[in-house]
Design a protein around this ligand. Structure first.
Ligand code: ADP
Ligand code: MG
Ligand code: MG
Length: 258
């Protein structure tokens, strides 16, 4: 049983203009994700959802000013980015980076080595990757291409889910995994997430603006995220309400609060 615990998290972001004051984005986030659970974080654009995933990932621009993040009681904030991966955290980013000159298969093996603490045996590894690729309808030639270079939005997302299946993390954080996907790709990607959860009994934190992906991935817990904090938590019925009524009820309440 793995537990990711976020307590009263406050995060400040350095602005692109170095002379501009940093801004406080997260204003007290409390969230606990356990093995086998799927949590959806849903909120309007600019509410700080990606800031939450960057803070968990350890992105240097995002400064945690107070609060804590632990995985099985270990202080995640004290870990380097690599140590976080080794500890079993997986973070699929809204804007995955391009790594020219590094082939997908090399990249995946390096990532797996970091996550497992030893290099997978080459013969097994090739088989493993082939199997995982075919489950995601990924062309085998994909393995020879540079990481994310010239990938379409859909290919990047498939690549993320390929990593998820191969790295077998304890807790997976997926930021806008549904954005830019057509219906077929959305189904394939969602099935990959569901398979990961069935096989690995992982915990999933699914961050999304739209309710569309929730037709394929069923969260037990739904959190509405507005103004840098969770303003309401509930079950799947909360997502249904958002699908019908949007975020207005919550953005009004948050505005009245401040
Ligand atoms: P979401 O993912 O919910 O759309 P973000 O976390 O991306 O929200 O952004 C929250 C707020 O923080 C936005 O107002 C955004 O403009 C601001 N922000 C995020 N990252 C930066 C940054 N690196 N520099 C300046 N502002 C940022
Ligand atoms: Mg955004
Ligand atoms: Mg975002």
């Amino acid at each position: 049983q793995n537990v990711l615990e976020i307590k009263d998290l406050h995060v400040r972001v350095a602005q692109t203009d170095a002379n501009a004051e940093p801004i406080d984005i997260l204003k007290g986030v409390d969230l606990t994700v356990r093995s086998g659970e799927t949590h959806a974080i849903m909120g309007p654009n600019g509410s700080g959802k990606s800031t939450l995933s960057y803070a968990i990932a350890g992105h240097p621009k995002y400064e945690v000013t107070s609060g804590s993040i632990t995985l099985n009681g270990e202080d995640v904030l004290a870990m380097t980015v690599d140590e976080r991966a080794r500890a079993g955290l997986f973070l699929a980013m809204q804007y995955p980076v391009e790594v020219p000159g590094v082939s997908m298969s090399n990249f995946l093996r390096t990532a797996a080595t970091a996550a497992r603490g030893e290099a997978p045996k080459l013969r097994h590894w090739v088989k493993e990757v082939k199997g995982a690729m075919s489950e995601l309808d990924i062309d085998p030639a994909f393995g020879e291409r540079s990481v994310n270079e010239g990938f379409s939005g859909g290919e990047k997302k498939r690549h993320e889910i390929l990593q998820l299946g191969l790295l077998k993390p304890r807790i997976a954080i997926l930021d806008e995994t549904d954005s830019g996907l057509d219906v077929d790709a959305l189904r394939v990607v969602s099935e990959g997430v569901n398979r990961y959860q069935e096989r690995e009994h992982g915990g999933v934190l699914l961050i999304t603006h739209y309710t569309r992906i929730l037709r394929y991935i069923k969260p037990q817990f739904v959190h509405v995220f507005v103004g840098g904090r969770i303003v309401e938590s509930g079950g799947p019925e909360l997502a249904d309400e958002l699908e019908t009524n949007g975020y207005e009820r919550f953005t009004h309440a948050a505005a009245a609060d401040t």
